[in-house]
Design a binder for this molecule. Structure first.
Ligand code: AKG
Ligand code: FE2
Length: 213
């Protein structure tokens, strides 16, 4: 892990041209072999859960596996559940430090989503939970199967789409969550799996959150 991450290449960055948003894309932030090795380690080491949410009064399994890691004692709310983050593993801690350098900000938690195949997905949402603050910086690292990542403006007819592939980093900041939503739609023909990590800064004092599948 230490070694492969060190192979990370000089980073090319592009600003994604969206109104009312601040989104940077770092394609291949991790080289292919480092991304593949990291994916295997995360699959094996982490405490993956199949969470359920209450939807229209029924409990429904969300269409992906999830894991939460963060600073000691950090609690987060998720669809009525209040859970304590798992302690940082060595590789997540190292990634956090690299993401903090890249983004020039602090992160105290990471949410991981494991899309087992193209049937797994995440619906339209903004990362706008109160505990993330007004202008959250969300740093996303993707591993494995490339997937569509779609963005749409909440009140204008503006939209955008990226293919997030292995090793790609996407950083959303400023007013992005305020004016835009994003989703990872199902792509039923795809058999490959994908892991996405989103580094965040959670201020538990700020409030209780809401989030749907
Ligand atoms: O899987 C992705 O690329 C997006 C994940 C996401 O939007 C989230 O964790 O809030
Ligand atoms: Fe999100």
């Amino acid at each position: 892990m230490q070694q492969t991450l060190a192979f990370q290449s000089a980073v090319a960055q592009t600003q994604v041209p969206l109104p009312d948003a601040d989104v940077q894309y770092f394609p291949r932030w991790l080289a292919d072999d480092a991304a593949e090795q990291l994916k295997i380690e995360l699959q094996q080491q982490l405490d993956w859960r199949q969470d359920q949410i209450r939807l229209f009064g029924r409990m429904v399994a969300i269409p992906r596996l999830q894991a939460w890691y963060g600073d000691a004692g950090l609690r987060y709310s998720y669809s009525g559940l209040s859970l304590t983050a798992n302690p940082w593993t060595a590789n997540l801690q190292q990634l956090r430090e690299q993401m903090q350098q890249l983004c020039e900000c602090r992160f105290n938690a990471v949410l991981l989503n494991w899309y087992r195949d193209g049937q797994d997905s995440m619906g339209w949402h903004s990362d706008d939970e109160a505990e993330l603050g007004e202008q959250p910086v969300i740093a996303s690292l993707s591993l494995g199967q490339p997937r569509r990542f779609m963005l749409r403006h909440k009140s204008e007819p503006a939209s955008h789409e990226l293919a997030l592939g292995a090793g790609d980093v996407l950083v959303m900041r400023g007013d992005t969550q305020r004016y835009w939503q994003h989703q990872v739609p199902k792509q039923r023909q795809l058999a490959g799996d994908r892991i996405n990590l989103t580094f965040r800064y959670i201020d538990s004092a700020l409030a209780v959150s809401k989030r749907l599948g």
